[in-house]
Write a protein that binds this ligand. Structure first.
Ligand code: CUA
Length: 180
C-alpha cells in the first residue's frame, strides 16, 4: 500500500497503536510536562531572569531625562568623541540611551549600591547586553525598560548591542564603570 491509495480500512482510529509509537508519544508528553514545569522553576531558582519593568516613553521625553542627568552629574569626558562619563549619586534613577550606533552616556556606578537603570532606544530596535555578566534586555523604541541593579563587581563593564541594527551594529558599544 502506498500513501496515495485509500486505507484498507476506513476506521483507522480504532486500530491499536503500535508499541513504538506509543512509547514516543509517552516520551513527548512527559518531556512536555518537564519543560512546562521548568519555566516557573527556572524563573524562581535559575537566577537568570531580570525583574524588569517597562513603561511607555517617547524619544524626546527620554532624551530630556537623560540629558538632565548628564548635565548634572558628568565628571569627565572620554575618548576622541568626548563621551560624558556620568557619576550619579547612589539610589537614583539613571539613564542610558541606545541609538545608531552607541550606548550613551558612560555611567560610573558605585559597587554594592542600588540604582534604577533605565534603558531605551531613541531610534531603532537594539539589544542591551551587559558583558561579561550576560544581562540581556530587548530595547524597543517607545519603551523605557527599568532594571534595578546592584553592581557587585568593580571594573569596566561593556555594553554591546545584540540585536542587528544596521551597518554600525558591531560597533555599537557602551561602558559602565563600577568603582569602590
Ligand atoms: Cu544596536 Cu545592533
Amino acid at each position: 500500500m502506498t500513501s496515495i491509495s485509500p486505507p484498507a480500512t476506513k476506521v483507522w482510529w480504532k486500530e491499536p497503536i503500535a508499541k513504538g509509537e506509543l512509547i514516543w508519544i509517552s516520551v513527548v508528553v512527559v518531556w512536555g510536562i518537564i519543560l512546562t514545569l521548568m519555566m516557573p522553576f527556572w524563573h524562581i531558582y535559575g537566577e537568570q531572569n531580570l525583574s524588569s519593568e517597562a513603561y511607555r516613553t517617547t524619544p524626546e521625553n527620554y532624551m530630556e531625562k537623560t540629558q538632565a542627568m548628564v548635565d548634572q552629574y558628568t565628571i569627565r569626558k572620554e575618548g576622541e568623541r568626548q563621551v560624558p562619563v556620568v557619576k550619579p549619586p547612589a539610589g537614583i534613577d539613571i539613564y542610558m540611551v541606545g541609538r545608531l550606533w552607541e550606548w550613551w552616556p558612560i555611567l560610573e556606578l558605585k559597587k554594592d549600591e542600588t540604582y534604577r537603570l533605565h534603558v531605551a532606544s531613541i531610534d531603532w530596535q537594539h539589544g542591551f547586553s551587559l558583558q561579561p555578566t550576560n544581562l540581556n534586555v530587548q530595547v524597543l523604541p517607545g519603551y523605557d525598560m527599568v532594571l534595578t541593579v546592584t553592581p557587585n563587581k568593580t571594573g569596566k563593564h561593556t555594553v554591546v548591542c545584540n540585536e542587528y541594527c544596521g551597518i554600525g551594529h558591531h560597533n555599537m558599544l557602551g561602558t559602565i564603570y563600577v568603582v569602590e
